[in-house]
Design a protein. Structure first.
Length: 377
């Protein structure tokens, strides 16, 4: 993929500015976030051994309880004293529609191979894994997924963890958050939110792999008529942000920023998984979808509130794994995030690779092992 010139220029500017089934379950009456709706056994799903699919209530759009789904993967054998520690896994981009999440079913877009490798690695090291579909991507049709909406990503993750612990006595309160790409952004949001949302749990830190960040700053320079073509899925991601915001942030007035073609595209992709979204926007430019610049209000402020990664205020360490040759989340954005973490006094360990988006090299795997081993100690 080759990033568009406007996208890459804006990414560099951001870095410099920083200093460097689907639904069939019966709905429970107690619509309280973290409360279980239904549990199903699905051993062997994703090749993971003992597996349960959990439908549960989560704090959704606008703080309203909404149903969601996810999976729990558990190591074989007897749990240690105190229970299995937990990795809360946040997956990468899979689309906008129910059935796309890939955790409670095999739908959605194929993940990078390293995501399943990470899950197997965590389970082999004695961790249970809880993995949400995210709101709107699982077994319930609650409308288009609020793509990159950091608040509902975090609550979907933490509420699944609570639901899993309510039905399994062998799960510890000790946990970490981890994720790739969209999931890296979600894991950072989860790691920041947990102190106020789940203070009863014992949080030990976050692993973020090539996380989305600072895209809301890049968007400020995108205007109608921009001829640049966004390759490598970036136009699909951009359209998905607008679709997710339109579904969850009426204050952004998304339709007023879209051309007639843009409104048509956003209407259509809300029922699609990622491969179909990318096919729908193939051959288009973001400039064709816009009626006015995304840097204008109220879009500018709403987008920042909707998706910005916190860069201070974490109470546990972060392992930040990034690829300097990443073109999906352009590498200057990774540099910008690291610079902001440094400026914000965040306790983080960066490890830089030179692979594609979400590739993990031996040094990165070694740091992951060290990070998880400290949780066990």
């Amino acid at each position: 993929m080759r990033s568009s010139s406007a996208w890459l220029r804006a990414a560099v500017a951001a870095a410099l500015a920083a200093g460097v089934g689907l639904g069939g379950a019966a709905v429970a009456h107690a619509e309280t976030p973290g409360v279980v709706i239904a549990v199903e056994r699905a051993d062997g799903f994703r090749g993971m051994g003992e597996t349960q699919i959990i439908d549960y209530w989560t704090r959704g759009v606008g703080g309203v309880a909404q149903p969601a789904s996810g999976a729990v993967f558990v190591p074989a054998g007897q749990a240690p004293a105190g229970g299995w520690p937990i990795v809360a896994w946040d997956h990468g981009t899979t689309g906008l529609a129910s059935g796309c999440g890939g955790m409670s079913n095999a739908g959605g877009t194929a993940w990078p191979v390293t995501q399943d490798e990470f899950l197997r690695r965590a389970v082999s090291k004695g961790f249970a894994v809880v993995a949400p579909d995210y709101l709107g991507l699982g077994r319930f049709d609650t409308g288009p997924h609020p793509y990159l909406g950091i608040d509902t990503e975090a609550t979907a993750t933490i509420d699944l963890l609570r639901a899993a612990r309510s039905v399994r006595s062998d799960l510890s309160p000790v946990w970490v958050a981890a994720g790739m790409s969209q999931g890296g952004q979600a894991a950072l949001g989860t790691g920041h939110r947990q102190a106020s949302y789940a203070p009863e749990l014992d949080f030990r830190g976050t692993i973020a792999i090539d996380p989305e960040s600072d895209v809301e700053k890049v968007a400020q320079v995108l205007v109608p008529g921009n001829p640049d073509r966004l390759g490598g899925g970036i136009l699909g991601f951009s359209a998905s942000i607008l679709a997710g915001m339109r579904a969850s942030r009426p204050d952004a007035q998304v339709d007023s920023f879209l051309s007639p073609l843009g409104r048509q595209v956003v209407d259509e992709i809300g029922t699609m998984c990622q491969d179909d979204i990318d096919a729908r926007v193939a051959g288009l430019t973001l400039g064709q979808l816009l009626a006015k610049p995304l840097g204008e209000e109220p879009m500018r402020s709403a987008m920042a509130d909707y998706m910005t990664v916190p860069t201070s205020g974490y109470d546990a360490p972060i392992l930040l794994l990034v690829n300097a040759t990443d073109e999906t989340v352009p590498s200057p954005l990774h540099a910008s995030l690291a610079a902001q973490f440094t400026a914000g006094g965040v306790n983080y360990t960066p490890v830089v690779g030179f692979g594609r988006h979400c590739d993990l090299n031996p040094a990165m795997w070694s740091e992951i092992d060290t990070f998880l081993d400290r949780v066990h100690s």
